[in-house]
Design a protein around this ligand. Structure first.
Ligand code: COI
Length: 354
């Protein structure tokens, strides 16, 4: 594919690659050599460049520091069977960043800028894609407001950046989660469906309280009644009850997870019944008490398939059996992993090869 944008490339003087121990990479702490950047001003995106990953400088009055007008995405690249770079469903991330941008009054990023910036960056930093089991190159595209201005109005200038991080698992063991009945992540008419920076900032305090009480994560309930399960903040959530996979519908309070969508599509092909609907906490607790729910897990780009071992509600804990090799969650984890790494045919056209 020939480029439609001109990208200026300034390579790093010295790669930091030989400082990385790929056998032990903690999620989100190691950053590859380069980043792609673009600026928005006077109504257009311009100044496309790939530069060394390095600090940026902004005026203290830049609106991003005060009003949080920022959206982001997360996707992953893998080493394919013949060493090719395989990115999992990046076109859906492209669509989603623009859906988030629209909600936050941020100008949309055109597809050629998103895809060509991504492709060039990965070609330059392909040595950073780890090849070991359960590793990948996490890709973080984001857009943020840079007007130097005090006052509430959409910025007129923005920056779009893509950087990457080699990562291991986000969660390294089955999770203990608590159903959150007091604080809200999202409300109807709000920004819950968007990957807006502020959604994550607002989730920190309730998550901190849960962590102080021994839980890894929260299961968010709806902001109006706190009676219905929505998502887990870092991931969507699914329950297996008999042959039925149950997950909350997306609407405007739940993120349209790309892993969520991929799991549902494969589950359907496997003959699993799918229910995307309102899930009351009461139903889940009753089903846990009766042993009807055999598996609960989160789905997300960072989280992949994250097994849930303990669900707590109202100070009562319900423990689920750890999924065996034939469980749905183990099988779907393997299936997705094999598609992403090219060990299994990409029958859905989900892999974008660079
Ligand atoms: C992702 O799954 O890519 C996310 O952005 C979630 C974040 C908690 C790492």
């Amino acid at each position: 594919m020939s480029n439609t944008i001109q990208i200026k490339i300034q390579p790093a003087e010295k790669s930091r690659l030989d400082l990385v121990n790929f056998n032990q990479i903690e999620f989100g702490k190691v950053f590859s050599d380069h980043m792609f950047m673009a600026d928005y001003s006077d109504g257009e995106w311009k100044n496309f460049k790939i530069v060394p990953y390095a600090p940026l400088s902004f005026m203290p009055g830049s609106s991003i520091f005060h009003y949080g007008q920022s959206v982001f995405e997360g996707m992953k690249a893998y080493k394919g069977q013949n060493g090719e770079i395989s990115i999992f469903r990046p076109e859906i991330n492209f669509e989603r960043i623009n859906a988030s941008a629209e909600r936050m009054c941020i100008p949309k990023i055109p597809k050629d800028i998103f895809m060509e910036g991504l492709t060039e960056l990965l070609q330059i930093d392909k040595g950073w894609i780890p090849g070991l089991a359960n590793t990948s190159l996490y890709i973080r595209p984001y857009i943020f407001a840079v007007d130097e201005y005090i006052g509430i109005k959409p910025s007129e200038k923005y920056k779009f950046i893509i950087f990457t991080c080699p990562v291991g698992p986000y969660y390294s063991k089955p999770l203990k989660v608590k159903i959150e009945r007091k604080y809200s992540r999202a409300v109807h008419g709000g920004t819950g469906y968007a990957k807006a920076a502020g959604n994550y900032a607002g989730s920190l305090y309730p998550a901190k309280i849960a962590q102080e009480n021994g839980y890894d994560q929260l299961i968010w309930t709806d902001g109006a009644t706190h009676q219905n399960i929505e998502e887990a903040g870092t991931m969507n959530i699914m329950f297996m009850k008999g042959n039925t996979l149950i997950t909350a519908g997306t609407g405007d309070t739940v993120l349209k997870g790309i892993t969520r969508d991929s799991v549902l599509k494969i589950a359907k092909e496997w003959g699993v019944d799918i229910e995307e609907r309102t899930i009351s906490v009461e139903e889940i607790i009753k089903s846990l008490e009766k042993g009807e729910i055999t598996e609960a897990f989160g789905t997300g780009t960072a989280a992949t398939i994250a097994m849930i071992e303990v669900i707590a509600d109202d100070n009562k804990e319900y423990t689920l059996p750890l999924p065996g090799p034939d469980s749905f969650s183990t099988r779907i984890f393997d299936e997705l992993d094999q598609i992403k790494t090219g060990k299994k045919e990409d029958r859905h056209g989900w892999i974008y090869t660079v």
